[in-house]
Ligand binder design. Sequence first.
Ligand code: ADP
Ligand code: 5GP
Length: 188
Amino acid sequence: MARVVVITGPSGVGKGTLIRALRDRIPELELSVSATTRNPRPGEENGRDYWFLSREDFERRIADGGFVEHAEYSGNRYGTLREDLDKRTSAGRPVLLEIEVQGARQVAKTMPEALRIFIAPPSADTLRTRLVGRGTDAKEQIDRRLAVAEDELAAQPEFPVVVVNDRLEEAIDELTRVVATGIDEARP
Ligand code: ADP
Ligand code: 5GP
């Protein structure tokens, strides 16, 4: 059943923007709250945007099998907490995971029934423009994220669904269609 929806794609492609719009269109969709070792950005809240953990705490949870998937990304650890995901799926609502490519690969193996969607930019140059425009990351962070993006873009063919985020409204429409269909097909 595709009650778990995975959205992946390079940093700056517009995942966060699309997901906000998607949740307005499909209010029953729950968002999984990941754990990370990176510092909160201004305005981010513990338990709402992420569970912000120390590296020691994160690593202890890995050893305890506390993660459904986890990855090192741009100098920090990120992962989906088993407890957080179970709590949301057992409430019977479809759950969305916004994760990077290595984590999405792990989910393909451990939860093959999950609907996996790759968000692609219209061109590689778009990513820098959008990351600079977003204004949340220092130049060094942006360069690191763009270096990772090259590999991430190469992973696109591994994903059964690709949505190109060129014109925002069109991408929102397409993503909504794909997710709504996936959720309906999985309804018991
Ligand atoms: P991600 O979550 O993938 O890192 P964001 O959703 O934060 O990406 O988007 C990065 C920047 O690009 C934001 O400033 C956002 O407003 C902008 N953006 C998102 N989608 C589009 C689009 N289709 N056209 C132009 N700008 C966009
Ligand atoms: P950011 O620091 O911009 O919030 O996130 C950086 C990257 O980490 C993004 O590609 C985001 O999708 C990814 N990410 C967020 N949470 C998780 C998670 O739980 N697991 C994995 N594998 N990646 C995550």
